[in-house]
Design a binder for this molecule. Structure first.
Ligand SMILES: Cc1ncc(COP(=O)(O)O)c(C=O)c1O
Length: 285
């Protein structure tokens, strides 16, 4: 297994990170996870843009050039022979003491890993169940808007979900509205309209979330971004989650109560099939 580390392809075993790296000490860094299909990273530019924007927001003194990353991605996918799987880029601010001015920390670390990991199609047939967790998202925190290495709220939310015997944990905001889940954005369908919490609800502006909203705009389909209550989610006709690993996938129950029929709904199924067409390289989608 190869990884791409600071510009070079190398054996995974021979790469090492300092114990003083700020990514390890403070979660001071960012990551991106891409779906790879047919040996090609999906929505590559959108991911690289978000990485860049996140690095600006977190005041990184340096960010790798997208062209360099793209070259690295191609080399890595070829070296590991990934056709259907995922690729992760991790960026840390490198070595530097706490309180050191951030503009002086120019020695960043960046590495990429890629693995073959075909999708488990049963997830789309059965859907996932979730619980509303005790963790509240802070809409004013800069961290919710970037894919930072500080992923502990998601780790805890997933653990609450596992204790309840389900797969996903839903975050509310401090005001009690629905925000997102531990690893995905959340959509509901009401009378054919696709509704998702707006970004001011302390959520990650997901790449697949944007793809859904852009597709709706292009096709003239009804969509809204606004405040969503837990009650409204429970009463929705159907609901689905989105992330880059899975694309859109059905959310069929929350806190033990079925959403709609308790099975993946027709609108959700259409989004799944549209995503599969994009993954298959159908440019019409
Ligand atoms: C907390 C959280 N929200 C939303 C998403 C979905 O984002 P994307 O569609 O960019 O994968 C993720 C993806 O991992 C996530 O971790």
């Amino acid at each position: 297994m190869y990884i791409w580390f600071n510009g070079k392809l190398m054996d995974r075993q021979s790469a090492s990170l300092s114990l003083q790296d700020r990514g390890v000490l403070y979660g001071d860094g960012l990551f991106e996870t891409f779906r790879v299909e047919k040996g090609t990273p999906m929505l590559e530019d959108a991911h690289l843009n978000r990485l860049r924007q996140g690095a600006c927001l977190l005041r990184f003194a340096q960010v790798p050039e997208p062209e360099e990353l793209k070259r690295g991605i191609r080399e890595l996918l070829r070296a590991n022979r990934v056709r259907s799987g995922y690729l992760r880029i991790t960026l840390t601010r490198g070595i530097g003491g706490f309180g050191q001015p951030l503009h002086r920390l120019t020695d960043i670390s960046v590495w990429m890993e890629a693995r073959e990991h075909p999708l488990d199609l049963s997830r789309y047939e059965q859907g996932v169940q979730a619980v509303v967790t005790s963790i509240r998202r802070n809409p004013y925190s800069p961290l919710t808007r970037v894919k930072s290495l500080n992923y502990l709220e998601s780790v805890l939310a997933r653990d609450e979900a596992a204790e309840a015997g389900v797969e996903e944990g839903i975050f509310r905001t401090v005001d009690g509205d629905v925000s997102e889940t531990a690893s995905a954005n959340l959509f509901l369908v009401q009378d054919g309209c696709v509704v998702t919490p707006d970004v001011s609800r302390g959520l990650l502006p997901g790449i697949v979330r944007s793809w859904v909203l852009d597709t709706c705009t292009q096709r003239g389909w009804a969509w809204e971004t606004r405040a969503v209550s837990v009650e409204e989610l429970m009463k929705a006709d159907e609901a689905f989650l989105t992330n880059s690993t899975w694309g859109p996938f059905p959310l069929v129950a929350v806190d033990g109560r079925s959403i709609g029929s308790g099975k993946p709904g027709p609108v959700t199924r259409e989004w799944i099939s549209r995503w599969r067409k994009v993954a298959a390289g159908d440019s019409a989608e």
